[in-house]
Design a protein around this ligand. Sequence first.
Ligand code: SF4
Length: 189
Amino acid sequence: MDALLLHTCCGPCSTVAVPALRERGFEPVALFTNPNIQPLGELARRQEALRQYAAGAALDLVVQPEPGFDVWMRELGAAVDGSADERCRLCLRLRLSSAARTAAERDLRLFSTTLSVSPYQRHDLIAVEGRRAGREMGVEFLYVDLRDRYRESIEASRRLGLYRQRYCGCVPSMWEAWNDRLSQRRRAG
Ligand code: SF4
């Protein structure tokens, strides 16, 4: 099998992304690098769920010391107050660039991301920013659309007892998800 660096956002998405890549002949080295996740307690829960999954799946896992939310905020700068599109684009750029750099440092030709499991992510931005990061670091980004396995990831997470997050990661996304749930509850009466 060919080795591949896999940017991993969480345990639940990994439950389908890792088997999907293995089915295609790749053995992933998982990298957790997500300074966008706030607060720190949430970051720890997601890391722990990924460690739990990795131990059971014999997955090589690297947890990168996070540069911190302050770096994420500085990198995104004014975009945090701007459109969600711009915020997400820069957020994906930061994380996928880190993954591409790690792939190059480890002499891995290919890298990919578990973010492509979620139907809530901007897949157009994942593809563009992944390819851009790959070009800059001299590695190739493998985009695999795994949205059709999203339900499967929910079932696998339940079966394995993995923590599943309820929002994307940043404080604005936490607020948006909370607001959506509140609106749904109000509509339901
Ligand atoms: S919603 Fe998700 S992808 Fe977008 S900026 Fe927040 S953490 Fe990043």
